[in-house]
Design a protein around this ligand. Structure first.
Ligand SMILES: *Cc1c(COP(=O)(O)O)cnc(C)c1O
Length: 429
């Protein structure tokens, strides 16, 4: 690279990733092919519109690569339509809200302190100013089961236009059949935000909401799906005529969504990103990806057990998916942010998070959120989980002893270097 200043930073970040273990559940390591597509000449091209209906010339290959991404997405998730242009997960959700709602309409989503996402109506978001968000949440904090009776009661009263399933901090599975029953009873659009678990659905390790009658799924492409940073919207139902004003029915939902993404509120799609999405979707369709998805779950269960046996209290006492929420404040009387900082010192990367009914404020919450997608990509198996739990416990216990923290950081580094990043092969820089 000619730009030595930026090159230095890229190499430093790569070194950080190689020498540490990524425990943040929303992060992953992409393949060399995904990086190659991201760094390709497709980044030079403007292609506003959709395949076959673009505004500028020179679209032979952008049309082909976007169509490839669309077809792969449809096949992988069993949808009738896919929009692969959202720049990320948040704009994907916004597009669905804009497509389906009028200002003032109601959306029912998961309580944010029970694992719901910022884009599901956090008061600081613009969406919360436009729409009314009402909530469902966990009924039993020991098992993590959602209170579906209360969900129905609130839905009957509030008549949400969208019933939204999805989370970024909930370690259990949702009962999509129950969502569908309640949603259908009140005539709501059934929307699943699968940002965290799209890779687990693609890898057939977790159920697919479309099999339970959901109308639309949004997702990021960079979490368990292991692609470039980006978003995607998948719908059931075939599009109507995009040039005609259409009524809002489930059948023309794909058209409404396509129009909201472009020209609604995005301009040109990022075609290098679309190409990388196509690559990641191709990788996720391979049989090995199903083994990967299963291994993520096995590793998470084992890590949860190893942590609990070391005195960590976990929210819902375990996990059914890729993530673990530890109540480190209750377990060790140290808040989540402090633990996050301590773990950074020993080359373990995790993030602090609020837990249900958290007695501490959001900036210094009680919880520590961990996940296994990234470490599983590097090849870690159940047999390594005891060691990781031990490092986390040791780091917390010895947080005031720099000598021990330093020793732990070297141990983690030496261990991590035995598991190369998937992109370490075939790199040009
Ligand atoms: C990560 C996430 C998003 C947002 O994705 P960005 O790419 O950060 O915009 C939306 N919904 C859920 C449930 C998520 O976990």
């Amino acid at each position: 690279m000619n730009d030595k200043e930026v090159e230095k930073l890229i190499l430093a970040e790569r070194k950080r990733q190689r020498e540490g273990l990524e425990l943040i559940p929303s992060e992953n390591y992409v393949s060399a092919d995904v990086l190659t597509a991201l760094g390709s000449e497709f980044t030079n091209k403007y292609s506003e519109g959709y395949p076959g209906k673009r505004y500028y010339g020179g679209q032979d290959f952008t049309d082909k690569v976007e169509t490839l991404a669309i077809e792969r997405a449809k096949k992988l998730f069993g949808s009738d339509h896919a929009n692969v242009q959202p720049h990320s997960g948040a704009p994907a959700n916004v597009a669905v809200y804009f497509a389906w709602l009028e200002p003032g309409d109601t959306v029912m989503g998961m309580r944010l302190d029970h694992g719901g996402h910022l884009t599901h109506g956090h008061p600081v978001t613009t969406m919360a100013k436009l729409y009314k968000f009402v909530r469902y949440g966990i009924g039993n904090l020991e098992t993590g089961e959602i209170d579906y009776d209360l969900m129905r009661e609130v839905a009957l009263k509030e008549k949400p236009k969208i019933l939204l399933a999805g989370f970024s901090g909930y370690p259990r599975n949702l009962d999509y059949a129950k969502f569908a029953k309640i949603g259908n009873e009140v005539g709501a659009l059934l929307m699943a935000d699968m940002a965290h678990i799209a890779g687990l659905i693609a890898g057939k390790a977790l159920p697919n909401p479309f099999d339970y009658g959901f109308h639309v799924m949004t997702t990021t492409t960079h979490k368990t799906l292991r692609g470039p940073r980006g978003g995607m919207i998948l719908t059931k139902g075939t599009p109507g005529n995009p040039l005609k004003a259409v009524e809002k029915t489930f059948d023309n939902l794909p058209t409404l969504i396509d129009r909201e993404v472009f020209p609604g509120f995005q301009g040109g799609p990022h075609m290098n990103n679309t190409a990388a999405k196509a690559v990641a979707l191709g990788e996720a369709a391979k049989p090995e990806f199903q083994d990967y998805a299963q291994q993520i779950l096995k590793n998470a269960k084992k890590l949860a057990d190893e942590m609990m046996s070391r005195g960590f209290k976990l929210v819902t006492n375990g996990t059914d998916n890729h993530l673990i929420m530890a109540d480190v404040y209750q377990s060790f009387k140290v808040d989540g942010r402090e633990v996050q900082d301590i773990l950074d010192k020993v080359n373990l990367s995790a993030n602090c998070n609020s837990i249900p009914d958290d007695p501490l404020p959001p900036f210094r919450p009680s919880g520590l959120r961990l996940g296994t997608p990234a470490m599983t990509t590097r090849g870690l198996k159940e047999e390594h989980m005891a060691q990781i739990a031990e490092w986390i416990a040791q780091a917390i216990k010895n947080r005031n002893d720099d000598k021990i923290l330093n020793k732990l950081s070297i141990e983690v580094k030496e261990f991590s270097l035995q598991f190369p990043l998937p992109s370490d092969k075939n790199r040009c820089l």
